[in-house]
Ligand binder design. Structure first.
Ligand code: PRX
Length: 634
């Protein structure tokens, strides 16, 4: 256990000197059917990484059954519905066991077998977590798709991993909206003939169109047996696929495997947040709340797996931070006496902008630790969070990590590591970050800046990208041979503390959501009038980054406002509202080099409003294009 800053330094040192011993000690705290024979086997060239080799176990036995003898009545989840007038639900560890087993048996009855892929497209209700765990119980691989993605984005993901069955609900509440998500699934399935069954949970009561593939959850799950023996899995069997955007092409399916992911998410959850008393779950009064959606990695690791593996109690929230008003988060913290609160800078900035009158009515004295995730947190938002929410007594853990890392990599340990606004601070034990220059040379020492890489594997490192291992190599292991490349730029200050500066590739971070410029361009280009487009991120007060699109529409007869609306509708249809451009500038040409490459550096500067120094434009095919773009800047 890390109790002091000196402990941290000592444990960190040991974890680097002897990683096998360090991770063995942690992995030994779980229930294994058969212990592993080798801790780690790896090379970053193929890449080929295996942890806890030959170990056999089931993650749900560790996340649920292991807690039952002493803590069957302990709350696993408090579910807070979208509407504050709705009824909360309390799910104990025993309830969780029974629900997961009933659903697991239902999936078996529907023909799902070990290794089959199951798509989960559901709102933030406890059934979403049951669904993930039911898959894991029987060795099926879940692929959760955020329920805000469009039917075409959903179809692409179902096809890529060849899912056999889809779990969904009739509708989803999101603030004042009632979204008919089953109809999105229906639409997607027109392009997915491989899907055999759809299991639909009745949640909103929205009228749906039932087809012969559809089965209503409530008609079958409650009648299934609440006993389902866990499937014994190998450490390196696939646990789940989660799609994420890269700098090129379509989103890729990041693959995580059972053993390493279990060990790492539980360890990081316990370590970073320092949920006191976790080893003595009987007396533990702490309530954790991660506001992410289970459709993202943060929800996978710190709503579902991490807290459950640690035997913690957490809040599962269906709604949005601004409904019915901007006091909702603070209201829920007060209502359930939340002790550990984990959210994204974009939410903090939006709630800061709404004003302190929304914070004032609530008692936030239960809070002990605040967390931030998903994007760089600016100093102003950090200070606001620290002063007004943490009342200057709660440490802030600014946690840097990625879908591909599975769990938190660089972060303060609550109450132990000194914090600095804007700094993720120091690597967790077992994590070996290095900064490199463009050529891949290590940049040693402090007060330096470079591209962030990791030089040694950790248990939950991405294993492959589903169905395309070469893409995994190319995306993460080829830029700097022998290293895992994160895609992020990073500073290391005079104290050796890390500050993530943002992506150095063509990936944007919009409200903490990762979106590739190539994906948005491809969606825009599918509009009939568009011949070419280029998309860049620009600084946005609330979202962190906004999307700025330059679009060429040579022969359109439409009015530009109308055209822009149509382009936005096209992006909504192909990806979803999260990828909607904030600004669309109609242009006659794009700045290209003689070899035809778009000079995004210039487009980024124009979007940022930094037009006084656009840098060297002499290599452009047609420099006059730049003048026109600058003149028409939005
Ligand atoms: O650029 C970094 C940013 O989010 C990216 C990872 O996005 P995703 O895979 O969707 O996972 C988000 C949740 C873990 C990173 O490459 N990022 C994440 N956390 C931070 C961050 N940037 C700065 N500070 C952070 N704490």
């Amino acid at each position: 256990m890390i109790r002091t800053y000196d402990d941290y330094r000592e444990i960190y040192r040991k974890s680097i000197e002897n990683p096998e011993h360090f991770w063995d000690t942690i992995a030994d705290q779980f229930v294994w059917h058969k212990r592993w024979t080798k801790t780690v086997d790896w090379n970053f060239n193929d890449p080929d990484v295996k942890w806890f080799v030959d170990g056999k176990f089931n993650i749900t036995q560790n996340a649920i059954d292991r807690h039952l003898p002493l803590n069957s009545g302990k709350t696993a989840f408090i579910w807070e519905p979208n509407s504050p007038e709705g009824h909360k639900r309390i799910i104990t560890y025993q309830n969780l066991h029974d629900e997961v087993c009933q659903l697991a048996n239902t999936l078996k009855n529907l023909g799902v077998k070990k290794g089959d892929r199951v798509c989960i497209y559901m709102p933030m209700i406890p059934e979403s977590v049951f669904a993930m765990l039911a898959c894991a119980r029987i060795g099926a691989v879940h692929s959760v798709v955020f329920a805000g993605f469009s039917s075409s984005a959903l179809a692409g993901r179902i096809q890529d991993s060849d899912c056999k069955i889809v779990l969904t609900s009739d509708g989803a509440y999101r603030g004042p909206k009632d979204i008919p998500i089953k109809s999105v699934v229906d639409e997607a399935l027109r392009e997915c003939p491989g899907v055999e069954k759809v299991l639909m949970y009745k949640h909103t009561g929205t009228i749906v169109n039932l087809t012969e593939k559809d089965i209503i959850w409530q008609d079958v799950v409650p009648y299934a047996s609440p006993v389902c023996e866990p499937e014994i899995m190998d450490s390196e069997d696939m646990l789940f696929i989660l799609y994420t955007s890269g700098s090129t092409g379509k989103p890729k399916g990041v693959v995580h495997t059972c053993g390493g992911y279990m060990v790492y998410t539980c360890y990081t959850f316990q370590t970073v947040f320092q949920m006191d008393g976790l080893n003595d779950v009987n007396t533990n009064q702490n309530v954790f709340w991660c506001t992410a959606d289970v459709g993202w990695i943060t929800g996978h690791s710190y709503i579902a797996y991490g807290p459950l593996l640690a035997g913690a109690s957490s809040v599962l929230f269906e709604g949005v931070p601004t409904f019915p008003d901007a006091g909702r988060f603070w209201n829920v913290i007060d209502k359930y006496k939340v002790t550990h609160f984990y959210t994204a800078p974009t939410a903090i900035r939006a709630l800061e902008a709404a004003g302190l009158q929304y914070v004032a009515p609530y008692d936030l004295s239960s809070l002990k630790v605040l967390g931030s995730v998903g994007e760089p947190i600016n100093e102003e938002a950090w200070q606001w969070y620290h002063k007004n929410i943490g009342k200057e007594k709660c440490p802030i853990v600014d946690t840097w990590w990625q879908t591909e890392t599975g769990g938190i990599m660089i972060s303060a340990i609550a109450g132990i590591t000194p914090t600095k606004p804007g700094y993720a601070t120091l690597p967790l034990p077992g994590i070996q970050p290095i900064l490199v220059d463009e050529k891949g040379n290590e940049i040693p020492g402090n007060d330096v800046e470079g591209n962030l890489c990791i030089k040694f594997p950790w248990p939950s490192i991405v294993r492959t990208t589903y169905g395309d291992h070469a893409r995994c190599r190319q995306a993460y292991f080829e830029t700097y041979p022998g290293l895992y490349f994160t895609g992020d730029g990073c500073k290391r200050d005079h104290d050796g503390f890390y500050r993530i500066t943002g992506r150095v590739d063509d990936v944007m971070n919009i409200s903490g959501h990762r979106i590739g410029t190539a994906e948005v361009e491809s969606a825009i280009n599918s509009h009939i009038d568009v011949v070419e487009s280029a998309v860049v991120g620009y600084p946005h007060d609330i979202k962190g980054q906004g999307i700025y699109a330059y679009v060429i529409v040579p022969s359109t007869t439409k009015n530009h406002d109308m055209l822009k609306k149509e382009i936005i509708a096209e992006v909504n249809k192909i990806i979803g509202p999260i990828a909607k451009p904030d600004k669309i500038q109609i242009v006659n040409g794009l700045p290209k080099t003689r070899s035809g490459k778009i000079m995004r550096r210039i487009l980024r500067k124009v979007a940022e409003g930094e037009i006084s120094n656009l840098g060297d434009t002499s290599t452009l095919l047609d420099p006059s294009v730049v003048e026109e773009i600058v003149k028409g800047r939005l």
